[in-house]
Design a protein around this ligand. Structure first.
Ligand code: FRU
Length: 522
């Protein structure tokens, strides 16, 4: 069995050398379905290592996704920007590498903007310039023990992101004497008509501004006294969202941190506040939430990291769309995939809402394009008073998407079990006794590849007992993404079963009722 899989992998990588541009078809046919672990509808590079999403922008019907990529091996190495595009955010086509390391160093994480007004001067009068802003990481400087080995640089593209020219004046932001100084996110500040750059240092977010993307002025910093500080701050994002129910507009700062996430390792916290063009200040109500919770997270699972959002989404679409690396630095280098390592989450729409306790919540739900890429298999309006229900009914193999509402919930546990015939089971659900959500991977398959992956149960305590709950859940071979109550609480976790999982059931000791169960397949 194993040797057959290896033969398929080997032959396809040989073919791909000759047919690089066309391999998305090959990936589907030869690899996607034959590799036990490769997800069906999540982006993975055909070969080798991938971590953070980078430089995402939308233009002329195409979503561009770049990513931290090491093309010569399946562990982290000298970083490049890989490149993929999609027209629907679900099916991706991989392209030639966009940015290669150079004499200033590796190409670390960053962002990209569409420079419509040619503020940078890189335009040629015909093609709109796309500007990528990234961190140059000088490995030699790092080895020598210097602290100024990370700087910010830019590159431009005049063919909508396929080929890039690095600016000869790089770096555009020299290192001010800070060891961790990276991951620039650039956004257009519409109120002040200039560019803002947000980047991360060990324990702070720094703000810079610029008229032309080449000359940057330091503006302010934020964060020393707020949120989680159990590790290094990385990969920020900064955008405005309007709360639908109140019409209030707030700035949201995403700030990834590694380690220091609620269930260990890497995670992304967020802050809600106001920005006066110079300083980001925490909203008073949000500050109270921080006082009671310490930090507030985009996702409470272990495998959602370095998520940032697409730039240049048209106004008539208006969504704030994010994607994240579906892994965790605690074990990312050891996960048991061979040909490739690292996958992205499903793209998600972020919204700012106020929950029934009056608190701000940044919700995430899968982009609506997910619904158009699958077909409904079954719809069940109500099943009253059950203690056990078979959701999958042998109709799925390894990948499924479903929505379900549970009501009449008591002080009990409501446990979903996703399993195979070899005894692996992934459990997740609501423990209404302890007011907690959980994902239990203890018996979900291979896990001893890393001590940090071993025997883990991820949990998040919720504020109250639930009488009912609405869940949207996407399972794709080796990942589960759980969106509770319209994305108010999210869990993303990866797992590695020894054979495809096919059976899904929900159970409790006391009776409950199921509503609006919809199952979909791809
Ligand atoms: C986050 C990160 C970034 C850095 C990149 C290097 O996962 O550590 O801070 O730019 O990965 O690959």
């Amino acid at each position: 069995m194993i040797s057959i899989r290896k033969i398929i992998i080997y032959s396809s990588s040989v073919i791909s050398c000759f047919m690089f541009q066309n391999y998305s078809f090959l990936q589907e046919e030869l690899l996607g379905e034959n590799e036990l672990y490769r997800p069906k509808i999540h982006f993975t590079p055909k070969n080798h290592w991938m971590n953070d999403p980078n430089g995402m922008f939308y233009l002329n019907g195409t979503y561009h996704l770049y990513y931290q990529y090491y093309p010569d091996g399946n562990v982290w190495g000298p970083m490049h920007w890989g490149h993929a595009t999609s027209e629907d955010l679900i099916s991706w086509k991989e392209h030639a590498i966009a940015l290669y390391p150079d004499e200033l160093g590796y190409i670390f994480s960053g962002s990209a903007v569409v420079d419509y007004h040619n503020t940078s001067g890189f335009g040629d009068g015909t093609n709109v310039p796309i500007i990528a802003i990234f961190t140059h990481h000088d490995p030699e400087g790092e080895q020598k023990g210097q602290i100024n080995f990370q700087t910010q640089s830019i590159a431009y593209s005049l063919d909508e992101g396929f080929t890039w020219t690095k600016y000869e004046g790089n770096p555009v932001v020299p290192n001010p004497g800070i060891k961790d100084f990276r991951d620039p996110k650039v956004v257009w500040d519409t109120e002040r008509s200039h560019w803002l750059m947000i980047l991360s240092t060990y324990a702070e977010t720094l703000f810079y501004s610029s008229k032309n993307l080449k000359e940057w002025n330091y503006v302010s910093s934020f964060g020393k006294d707020f949120g989680a500080h159990g590790g290094v701050w990385e990969c920020p994002d900064f955008f405005r969202l309007t709360i639908k129910s109140t019409g209030e507009t707030k700035w949201v700062l995403l700030q990834s941190i590694n380690p220091g996430a609620p269930n260990g390792g890497s995670g992304t916290q967020y802050f809600v506040g106001d920005f006066d063009g110079n300083q980001f200040t925490i909203d008073k109500r949000f500050q109270k939430q921080l006082q009671s919770e310490g930090a507030i997270w985009v996702d409470y699972g272990r495998d959602n990291y370095a998520g940032v959002t697409w730039s240049n989404i048209p106004e008539n679409d208006g969504r704030r769309i994010t994607i994240a690396w579906m892994s965790n630095w605690d074990y990312a280098r050891e996960v048991p995939t061979e040909q490739w390592r690292g996958s992205m989450t499903i793209p998600r729409e972020l919204s700012l809402t106020i929950d029934d306790q009056g608190d701000y919540v940044l919700t995430s739900i899968p982009v609506e394009e997910l619904n158009s890429s699958c077909e409904m298999v079954e719809e069940v309006t109500e099943v009253a008073n059950v203690t056990q229900y078979d959701i999958s009914k042998d109709k799925f193999e390894a990948t499924l998407f479903f929505e379900i509402e549970l009501s009449d919930l008591k002080e009990d546990s409501y446990v979903f079990s996703w399993s195979n015939n070899t005894g692996d089971v992934l459990k997740f659900g609501l423990d209404n006794k302890r007011h907690a959500f959980f994902v239990d991977k203890t018996n979900s398959g291979t896990k001893d590849f890393s001590k940090s992956f071993y025997n883990i149960v991820s949990k998040h305590d919720v504020k109250r007992r639930h009488q009912n709950i609405k869940l949207t859940i996407l399972i794709d071979k080796t990942s589960v993404e759980i969106f509770a109550n319209d994305g108010e609480l999210v869990f993303t976790e990866i797992f590695f079963p020894s054979a495809p999982m096919t059976k899904l059931a929900v159970a409790s000791k006391t009776q409950f009722t199921i509503h609006n169960l919809k199952t979909y397949k791809f």
